[in-house]
Design a protein around this ligand. Sequence first.
Ligand code: ADP
Length: 308
Amino acid sequence: MLLRRGDIAAHDRASDIFAIAMTARSRERRAPLPADVRAVLERVAAAIAMRCDLRVETGWAMLSRIDERSDLCAEIAQALERGARERERYEFFSAIGHELRTPLTSIRGYLETLIDEDVDPATARRFMETARREALRMARLLDGMFEFSLLDLSGGSPAPQACDVGAQLLQACDVVAPLAAQRGIRIEPAAAPGVRVALDADACLQMLVNLLDNAIKYGRENGVVCASVRKCETGAIVSVDDDGPGIASDERESIFALRVRGATAGARPGTGIGLAIVKTIAERAGGRIAVMQSPQGGARFEATLPLA
Ligand code: ADP
């Protein structure tokens, strides 16, 4: 725990509020910095959430003094309000950051290949077109980010749109190709032609890129990622399979929650946002997303989307 001797932790029976006063003097004899406070809050909230499986809301405030005249209830209410604002801001920027990182990595990968390797003119043209398409998608993402948060299901349904999900899958494979190359992974797409789903093309691409990105990140080095699109009675089914460690059955619900990382995350970089965005996109379109064991040995993510 990060608390020191001299800090005070308090909790009234039957109340769901825990209060901590960081009153201990640090070695440098300074008041705690916001980063110290946030670190303590994060650890305490994680410990509480793990024990009681409840959503924990946190907040903090700097108090110049505490005595019997202080209105601690008002201070706590204000701290929680400020915490909620901080969380909202953090989630918004992490979501945008997450979604911009993949196109940026993709563009960089294609440019590096064009600069460092001898590529025939037809392939070079295809690489440049993919990079330009991704740059344009980044611009659209930035333009649209003030209209609705990527994670806000209550943001109202966008106007009904349609796209060819197989075509988007092939495009998504091109986007993640430089990432796959870095880990020696082969991507095998199998897309039934002409399957149109009730989803905007950019949102569909974003969902597929996130799923492929994860399959590459968590899949086996030099392994294979399979992605397919097929039609079924209730809609289109998109599957992404990998040969990595898979997802334990007790985590198959929780990994779709915002900022939740699974046991497989380990030292791999990540923020626990990609799958929350996938779920939001699938559900906003009236579809759903599930994860199961893949015949390839790893994870299979399966999105069921309504047909256009
Ligand atoms: P991040 O990858 O940034 O942690 P995500 O929301 O994309 O966030 O994924 C949440 C968690 O689900 C990951 O931390 C990881 O443990 C698990 N996960 C996602 N995709 C896979 C996969 N293909 N194989 C194994 N684990 C996965």
